[in-house]
Design a protein around this ligand. Structure first.
Ligand SMILES: [Zn+2]
Length: 117
């Protein structure tokens, strides 16, 4: 009892950073908070050379997309606290569409720290 919960909580302490404006949120906020300033999607693109899954994060503070991938062992040598960052660019129509639902659904999250964990 409780052990799994604690492990999951620990994982969610990881942070995502907008590489344009340095806004930072914990993964817990990104996935569960209604007032998060960073959103991400579980829709990765795959890097061809090694199959790495790269995810987009959308910063609501500056409207930029930053691409990121989990790199817990810093294999890339570029990871910041277990996350490697790639391109940063102003959100375009493709990503606006991707994030539309998530963004508009934020207020329905009914955030509590333990509700989904
Ligand atoms: Zn930003």
């Amino acid at each position: 009892m409780g052990g799994l919960k604690r492990r999951k909580m620990k994982k969610l302490k990881k942070k995502l950073i907008c590489k344009n404006c340095e806004t930072t949120e914990t993964l817990e906020n990104v996935f569960y908070s209604a007032v998060t300033r960073i959103l991400t999607l579980q829709i990765p693109r795959m890097r061809k050379k090694d199959g790495l899954h790269i995810y987009p994060l959308y910063c609501l503070n500056c409207d930029y997309i930053t691409e990121w991938a989990a790199d817990p062992f810093n294999v890339s040598g570029n990871a910041i606290e277990g996350i490697e960052y790639f391109k940063t660019f102003k959100i375009n129509n493709k990503y606006k569409k991707f994030f539309y639902y998530t963004k508009n659904n934020l207020l329905n999250r009914g955030y509590t720290k333990t509700e989904y964990i």
